[in-house]
Design a protein around this ligand. Structure first.
Ligand code: ZN
Length: 423
């Protein structure tokens, strides 16, 4: 029998909590006041080539990794009007050294590790365009959250079209990819802050394997087996007594974890087993209970991944009743591991000595609170058909000096390379 463990963390779907938090916290950052609006960057040591069109600089890659920098630009096109129409979350400072850091990371990945990431940099200063805001979010007059007047539309669209184009290229060439949206923050100067919109921006990664068919030993009227994986936490499969539901993956897959969201899981403790069909028998991968602490996803991570073609949940009611209720299932190879697990980007940054927020053992509903992820990782993330996406906010104290930046570039590039090698 497989040894199993459950983690005391939960993962979020289209969570209202996340939406509320996003509204409460600016999706991006305020720099240290003393850094002000200084317009100089360090002398760029990099030889990394970029092409610039309409104030977006970009470079194609050869691996499914796309780095974006929306707030590092310093260009001030004469045709543009400064962003002055007020709204909650208006920030006009640029993030210092972010373009050089991103180019340095790309350069090191290419020259030291032999992989070239895709790169997109917004070159217009944030006081004219905020590329990490939604141009359809009107705030009065001709202004929207991204820019003041329509003269900026061409430049804004160039940036997002370039991202869309690279995402399409990556999706047509690879089974998965990662968008890393790089930012700087002065408000959390001594940390690197992760933002996945509490998992929503890495939807594909968490949703995991496609399920080709679902059957159940019993289903109550109106609560069919299919409702246990319809991307809708508002519907659920239900049955009474000792019953099971089976998910066919169509072919043999590597299964490392299963996530389940239970109806009223925040107040009921369900009793169930998770089993994997290995071709000749069912292997019990988990035998126990949910925590009773959340109605959102909880992860059941196998100590060793199992190769199998089907997953079965054998249910035995809850402490509330003999009935079974499953809102949603995700059957994963990796789950959160490429982001937080061994040799992942954040695990490597943790090993390199950076203070992470949240820590790389923390994930789930409401865990990301400071910068949960802004427009870029939402709009271009897998929640909305793009790539799995993560926002990285680099505290100002990690990039104040040239030597700090040099080390930061090495550490981020090596962390990305480790992710690429292992996932
Ligand atoms: Zn930013």
């Amino acid at each position: 029998m497989q040894q199993t463990k459950t983690l005391p963390f939960t993962t979020s779907s289209q969570s209202l909590i996340a939406s509320v938090l996003l509204m409460m916290t600016p999706a991006c950052t305020v720099e240290n006041p003393q850094q002000g609006q200084a317009s100089e960057e360090l002398a760029t040591p990099s030889t990394f080539r970029t092409t610039t069109t309409n104030y977006t600089s970009y470079q194609s890659g050869d691996v499914p990794i796309l780095i974006s920098v929306p707030h590092g630009g310093s260009d001030e096109p004469a045709s543009l009007t400064e962003r002055t129409t007020s709204y909650s979350g208006l920030v006009t400072n640029r993030e210092l050294y972010l373009q050089d850091i991103a180019i340095g990371v790309a350069d090191r990945l290419e020259n030291t590790h032999g992989i070239t990431p895709y790169l997109v940099l917004g070159d217009v200063h944030r006081k004219y365009i905020d590329y990490n805001r939604d141009e359809t979010a009107a705030i009065g007059g001709s202004a929207n959250e991204a820019y003041e007047t329509s003269a900026a539309n061409t430049y804004y669209d160039e940036y997002h079209s370039r991202l869309d184009s690279y995402i399409s290229t990556i999706q047509s060439s690879y089974t998965n990819g990662l968008l890393i949206d790089m930012h700087g923050t002065g408000s959390v100067p001594n940390k690197i802050v992760r933002g996945t919109r509490n998992g929503d921006a890495i939807w594909d990664l968490l949703r995991g394997h496609n399920v080709t068919s679902i059957t159940a030993s019993e289903e109550k009227a109106g609560h069919t087996a299919a409702m246990a994986q319809d991307d809708d936490l508002g519907t659920y499969w239900s049955s009474a007594g000792d019953e099971s539901i089976e998910f066919d993956l169509g072919s043999t897959k590597t299964i490392g974890s299963v996530e389940l969201a239970m109806t009223n899981g925040s107040s009921r403790t369900y009793d169930f087993e998770i089993e994997v069909w290995t071709g000749s028998s069912w292997t019990v991968a988990f035998d126990g209970n949910n925590t009773g602490g959340t109605s959102d996803f909880e992860i059941y991570e196998f100590s060793t991944p199992i190769s199998g073609s089907k997953v079965r949940i054998s249910c035995h009611g809850s402490d509330y009743s003999s009935s079974n209720y499953i809102k949603e299932i995700r059957i994963q190879e990796h789950g959160w591991d490429p982001i937080l697990g061994p040799n992942s980007i954040f695990d490597e940054l943790d090993d390199a000595g950076y203070t992470l927020e949240p820590g790389n053992t923390e994930y789930g509903v409401g865990v990301e609170t400071t910068f949960i992820g802004g427009f870029t990782v939402e709009h271009h993330g897998s929640e909305n058909g793009g790539l799995d996406a993560v926002q990285i906010e680099i505290g100002s104290n990690y990039r104040d000096t040239q030597s700090e930046r040099d080390q930061l570039i090495i550490d981020i590039a090596d962390a990305i390379d480790s992710y690429y090698d292992n996932y």
